[in-house]
Write a protein that binds this ligand. Structure first.
Ligand code: ATP
Length: 354
């Protein structure tokens, strides 16, 4: 076990998110690892105290920490998320999708599903560069495929989709390295809409094709994203590591969670060269806030990814095994999984097994 004291910043998040983050952190604390959990001021509490939702002290706390454990945000704490992503350059959003017996899946044969989606985390349409089409009029863009010319479009809005060489190379390389480390099928699948978006997504694919040559030990294939989605639903067991640009990754990983049995089962870690943060793939679940029925599995599996990142690999494996055991027992499950346990009861059941 790693004996060096680690520091983790905790952001409880908004709506139903604190209902899952608070018992999850309590569970981690009960493991008595050399980790200090710190909750700096953020969101509405920070606005009340300092006038801003993401004060300088909170940014400093993140800079001084080893990683952040992040609850989903919908409001005033969102600037912290932007800092964790773009400020800390956490470019690889890793979203595992692994079947566990007891999950409330819609599939007849879910056994053996064990793939990981790697979503590029910083580029594509998530740059937030949007505006009026009129503002682009000086560009006089003409489609090489004669689909449309900018000058013919009339009033409307645009959004910029940017696929850069450096951003694509680093996330695709991350996918190949992960496939080597996982040692499962040793396969990387790259997917995007490279036929229609031949410049941008075509570029992403070309970079993947070039990098694949550096990894002769790893099988590599590419699919157009719509074809990929059909295959992910009908033959999910065939995939190992799948890499894709940002927006597709957002959508496909929610779909992958659906294969297993819902958003409450989908963990996520966002890794950069020097920092990482961990959060469930789902949002703040505002429609069930206040009821303490939000499924903590995604958050606990993300916590296990975090323990692994911090150097506590054995403890991460123990946490994963305890979660699996609760599902195998099938007695303490949340409503979305067909049970009637509260969020904290599920966490208690996991804690008892640790
Ligand atoms: P975002 O865009 O921020 O990811 P979203 O719009 O996809 O958010 P979510 O907050 O993820 O929305 O919720 C979508 C649906 O899934 C809601 O009905 C919510 O209650 C449900 N849901 C999400 N997470 C969980 C969970 N952990 N347990 C049970 N239900 C959940």
């Amino acid at each position: 076990m790693n004996s060096e004291q680690k520091k983790v910043v905790v952001v409880d998040g908004d709506d139903a998110s604190p209902e899952v983050m608070i018992p999850a952190v309590a569970l981690l604390e009960s493991m008595q690892l050399p980790i200090t959990f710190e909750r700096p001021l953020i969101g509405q509490a920070a606005i009340d105290a300092t006038g801003v939702g993401f004060p300088e002290e909170t940014k400093q706390a993140i800079d001084d920490s080893d990683c952040t454990f992040f609850g989903s945000t919908s409001g005033a704490s969102t600037p912290a998320l932007f800092y964790l992503r773009w400020g800390k350059q956490t470019y690889a959003n890793v979203r595992p999708c692994q079947w566990t017996a007891g999950y409330n899946t819609p599939l007849a044969n879910p056994q053996g599903i064990d793939f990981t989606i790697i979503r590029e985390n910083l580029e594509d349409l998530y740059l937030g560069l949007e505006g009026d089409i009129e503002d682009l009029s000086g560009l006089n863009l003409v489609s090489p495929h004669a689909r449309a010319n900018l000058s013919d479009l009339g009033p409307g809005k645009y959004a910029i989709k940017a696929i850069t060489q450096a951003g694509s190379e680093r996330v695709i390389r991350y996918a190949f390295e992960l496939a080597r480390k996982r040692g499962r099928g040793k396969k990387v699948t790259l997917t995007c809409k490279y036929n229609m978006l031949s410049e941008s997504d075509g570029f992403f694919r070309k970079i993947g094709n070039d990098i694949a040559k550096e990894y002769p030990d790893i099988e590599y294939d590419t699919y157009i994203i719509d074809d990929f989605l059909c295959r992910m639903i009908t033959k999910p067991q065939l995939f190992d590591v799948i890499v894709m640009p940002n927006l597709y990754g957002d959508i496909m990983s929610d779909g992958a969670a659906g294969l297993l049995g819902g958003l409450g089962l989908a963990p996520s870690g966002c890794y950069g060269e020097h920092y990482a943060y961990f959060e469930s793939a789902h949002g703040t679940a505002p429609d069930i806030a206040g009821q303490h029925i939000i499924n903590p599995t995604a958050t606990l599996l993300s916590a296990a990814m975090m323990l692994d990142y911090l150097g506590f690999g054995n403890e991460a494996a123990q946490l994963n095994a305890a979660i699996k055991q609760v599902y195998a027992d099938g007695k303490v499950l949340t409503v979305d999984q067909g049970g009637n346990a509260k969020t904290y009861e599920f966490c208690d059941a996991v804690a008892k097994l640790l």
